[in-house]
Design a protein around this ligand. Structure first.
Ligand code: ADQ
Length: 468
């Protein structure tokens, strides 16, 4: 059996004997990818230690080998919190004003990518194919090529690829564009992302288009294509159907009485538009006084990246917004916004989605957004709810039957909430059916198989000799 090597910033090692994978988009996706391959999954252990070893810790579990490295406090600060999350993340999400570039962070990012490559190179066998995930590791293929690794290397970018003017505002943009061209295959979430990166490579590096997504960049051939990531539809549907027996789900439904539930589920991140969405709910309640007391908005948003100042600031802003809206609009019998920062098990989440008449998914910008897909799949076929979706989420390309909104326009989002709450069952069904059918066809297995079968093609392509 051929071997697949997956590389990502974090590695989700399942608990011993559980036979299960950790929840979360990447872990589920990687599990799907490993069904057809023997596998190695390489990345950061999550540990921060003073003197990281350059010998990875190897764990063998359920046919998959995990190779884990630790990071030093400086690595973590510069590579992860610094360059990846304070420079690349905001720029890729079109938030130029939030980007914080520092040369030392970029040096740390480059150093950790080199360290990953050096540690990984010794584990690579000649027939392996290598699949690298996400923006933490843009220069990894370039580093591996420098060490003589000639295997097929693919890259999947989980977040948006912005327009050239936005990306090129990053001081390291030229280096990163040259480095990314060392991948054989670059997967992006959507066609607009593909166009953004392709145009940028052509304009900035004078790449030559060769047709069908292939480009010649500095004498090397690469291919750029969209592969929209999907979810584990069968697993999620099953969880949603069984969820009625879960206590949290049962009590939430009982607590609603006749009120309709509107739900939002997000990692607490400024790209997700949580405070903006709460203001749209507030606007809706202000312009529809008859609906006061008749709806509840449940926002589930576990904190993330709390060591990055912009996230701390966001957490404070959301707390204030919730307090202000509940204080001004609620009364002793009704709290309009319920806000929880806990992470829930997938079956509970599935049950809550199913109980909600409206799924409110309004990121300011998002690579894909799996919550939108999970919400659709969790609905009952008799009486489905309505998805309100930002047109700036990658998922909008595959879910055009949702009510698509501009998340910057709180009036438009407030009107969409009203439309969704009053939408007759026949229209809800007519919108939901094509969406659930598409999600079922284009699930996570479809995504992984498409990417990997394309990457396999590069085994046969004649390759340039390594440069070092
Ligand atoms: P994220 O930015 O993390 O992912 P998203 O696609 O929405 O965003 O995935 C979040 C996942 O976390 C979902 O599966 C959701 O169910 C889960 N989750 C959120 N809140 C939770 C909670 N309280 N309890 C339990 N689970 C919770 C990045 C990109 C996205 C892209 C994915 C996958 O930013 O655009 O869709 O990668 O490529």
């Amino acid at each position: 059996m051929a071997r697949l090597v997956i590389v990502s910033n974090r590695v989700a090692v399942p608990a011993e004997g559980s036979g299960a994978v950790a929840a979360g988009g990447l872990a589920v996706a990687v599990k799907e990818a490993f069904t057809a391959y023997e596998g190695l999954w390489f990345g950061w252990s999550g540990n921060i230690v003073d003197q990281p070893s350059d010998e990875p810790t190897i764990i063998d579990r359920d046919r998959i080998q995990y190779a884990l490295v630790d990071l030093s406090p400086q690595d973590h600060r510069e590579y992860y919190s610094g360059f990846a999350n304070r420079a690349l993340w905001p720029i890729m999400h079109y938030r130029l004003g939030l980007g914080a570039f520092s040369r030392s962070d970029y040096a740390g990012y480059s150093r950790v990518n080199r360290f990953f490559a050096q540690t990984l190179a010794g584990l690579i066998e000649p027939d392996d194919i290598i699949w690298v995930h996400d923006y933490h590791l843009l220069p990894l293929a370039s580093e591996l090529r420098g060490l003589g690794i000639a295997n097929p290397i693919g890259y999947f970018h989980h977040i948006p690829w912005p327009a050239a003017d936005v990306f090129n505002s990053l001081p390291a943009s030229g280096d990163l564009l040259r480095a990314i061209a060392d991948y054989d295959l670059i997967g992006l979430q959507t066609e607009p992302d593909v166009q953004n990166l392709t145009r940028n490579l052509c304009d900035t590096l004078r790449a030559i288009p060769l047709g069908a997504g292939s480009l010649m960049v500095d004498g090397r051939r690469t291919r750029i294509r969209s592969f929209p990531i999907g979810i584990d539809v069968a697993g999620f549907k099953d969880a949603a159907e069984k969820a009625a027996s879960d206590r949290t789900v049962r009590e939430t439904i009982a607590g609603l009485r006749t009120r309709k539930l509107i739900i939002g589920v997000d990692r607490l991140d400024y790209s997700k538009g949580v405070p903006e969405r709460m203001e749209a709910v507030d606007r809706f309640l202000a312009s529809n006084p008859d609906q006061r007391g008749n709806v509840v908005y449940l926002q589930i948003a576990p904190k993330s990246r709390s060591d990055v100042p912009e996230y701390e600031q966001l957490a404070r802003e959301v707390n204030e917004t919730v307090g202000e809206i509940n204080g001004n609009t609620g009364d002793p019998t009704w709290t309009p916004i319920q806000y929880v920062t806990k992470a829930y098990a997938r079956p509970v989440l599935a049950g809550l989605y199913r109980a909600a008449r409206v799924g409110l998914v309004t990121p300011m910008r998002d690579g894909m957004n799996l919550v939108a897909k999970e919400y659709v799949v969790a609905q009952s076929g008799d009486d489905p709810g309505v998805l309100i979706l930002s047109k700036f989420a990658g998922a909008a390309q595959q879910l055009p039957e949702a009510i698509l909104v501009n998340p910057y326009d709180r009036f438009e989002v407030a009107e969409a909430i009203r439309t969704a709450l009053y939408m007759p069952r026949a229209e809800r069904l007519a919108r939901w059916k094509p969406m659930v059918e598409r999600m079922t066809r284009e699930d996570v297995d479809w995504w992984a198989r498409n990417f990997l079968s394309e990457l396999e093609n590069f085994r046969t392509v004649e390759r340039e000799p390594p440069t070092a």
